[in-house]
Design a protein around this ligand. Structure first.
Ligand code: ZN
Length: 427
């Protein structure tokens, strides 16, 4: 064995005092006693699978003043995330083979952690899906107009999903009905008005439509960032191939909780009511929701601190998701079993990657935490280029060590590998 680690590790749903043996970056054995060339003992700490964030916007290329693969992957690493999947609304947009390959090259040079990426399917490139599918990990479809719009008209969705099913690709959908958004359009001066312009009805209409047309489709369809109680109710009776994600900001905030700096919390879909928020919590607790995804979408404070209507939508989150929800586990708001399913096991299963569990044959991606030490989130200790967090002051348990493919990625508050250590996970 190249390396053996010893401690209280989360194996198949429970904590076991054991040794994990690592060879060539993979978990080679899990036994009571193991000896390796190098042996690390983590007494009084917990060893957990590292997180996988299937929804980030690292802004690279095109908006590198907000974030890039260097700063974004560093932030992810410090937050216990060893693999991310990047969204296509960069500049140039990730909509053809050249821009997909360009992004892979950029990330290969800069990323500390492993990565995959999505290509967008729009009205314009729908014919080139077959070719594109050989280079990306999945397709992102925006049904409603969003930042740096990459829209696919709803009447083309059914045909697109049939084609994607034949290619056996995963599809991630931003579900907001464009017609409904148009009917509710207007200038917003605050979060409440922003919510009026993105009513739950737009999400519900879109989800109802997706559920109607996906009946005979076998490939995986993921509904991103579910935000409404009504959408949740519709998705309770979804087919097996349809999964659902929720973000930390929709779980931790609702409009009644934000009384100042409202532009900072402007997101799409919007923060909704306490009832919506509590419904999403029920979903993550009982397993109706599959995935916790950060939708890490950084903007600088200069960009955010303008008139509400002009402020861009999105908040950073890749570094704080796992640590904040470990603190929620400690407060017994959610179990370890559920959190690790939401952030490690289900993402690995959906993306079909050998990570997300401490199991023989999988990548040795894990984090070490001191479960006793809760700290407060402080933006000056975080690593995103944007320099702020919507979760300032919240409780979190940050990992003391992070390993990716058996290599020490974080220790003593320092990155231990060089830029470009992260690998494209392949398609
Ligand atoms: Zn997003």
């Amino acid at each position: 064995m190249d390396l053996t680690i010893e401690g209280n590790a989360y194996i198949k749903g429970t904590f076991v005092n054991c040794c994990v043996g690592i060879e060539e970056g993979k978990i080679a054995a899990i036994k009571k006693i193991l000896k390796g060339d190098k042996h690390l003992k983590f007494e009084k700490k917990l060893i957990l699978p590292a997180g996988i964030d299937i929804h980030v916007h690292f802004r690279d290329p095109g908006f590198v003043h907000k974030e890039d693969f260097y700063s974004g992957s560093k932030a992810a690493a410090f937050g216990g995330i060893t693999c991310i999947f990047d969204m296509p609304n960069t500049q140039p947009r990730t909509t053809n083979i050249n821009t997909v390959l360009e992004k892979i090259t950029i990330a290969n040079n800069k990323s500390y952690i492993d990565f995959g990426l999505y290509a967008a399917i729009t009205d314009k490139n729908i014919k080139s899906m077959g070719e594109l599918s050989k280079y990306c990990n999945g397709f992102k479809i925006y049904l409603g107009s969003t930042t740096n719009s990459l829209q696919l008209s709803e009447h083309k969705l059914e045909n697109a999903l049939y084609q994607i099913a034949a290619l056996n690709k995963m599809t991630l959908i931003h579900a907001e009905n464009e017609q409904c958004l148009r009917e509710n359009k207007g200038i917003a001066h605050n979060l409440r008005e922003h919510l009026y312009h993105h009513p739950s009805e737009c999400e519900e209409t879109s989800i109802a439509h997706i559920l109607k047309i996906c009946k005979d489709i076998s490939s995986k369809i993921h509904i991103c960032h579910l935000s409404s109680c009504g959408g949740f109710e519709l998705l309770r009776r979804r087919p097996k191939n349809v999964s659902v994600g929720v973000t930390p900001h929709h779980l931790l905030y609702d409009i009644s909780r934000i009384t100042s700096n409202e532009t900072l919390y402007k997101v799409i879909p919007p923060l909704r009511s306490n009832l919506d928020r509590e419904t999403l919590w029920q979903g993550i607790k009982n397993g109706d929701i599959d995935i916790l995804e950060s939708d890490h979408a950084p903007h600088t404070l200069e960009e955010k601190e303008v008139d509400f209507d002009k402020a861009p939508s999105g908040v950073p989150g890749v570094e704080t998701t796992y640590p904040m929800f470990l603190a929620e586990v400690k407060k017994e708001h959610i179990s370890f079993t559920r959190l690790i399913s939401l952030l490690c096991e289900r993402p690995a299963e959906l993306m079909n990657i050998p990570k997300g569990e401490l199991e023989v044959g999988r990548d040795a991606d894990f984090i070490v935490i001191n479960y006793k030490e809760t700290e407060k989130i402080k933006s000056d200790k975080l690593h995103s280029k944007c320099g702020w967090t919507p979760f300032e002051g919240m409780d979190a348990i940050f990992p003391s060590q992070v390993f990716v493919r058996g290599e020490k990625l974080i220790e003593d508050n320092e990155i231990q590998v060089s830029q470009g250590f992260g690998q494209f996970i392949g398609v």
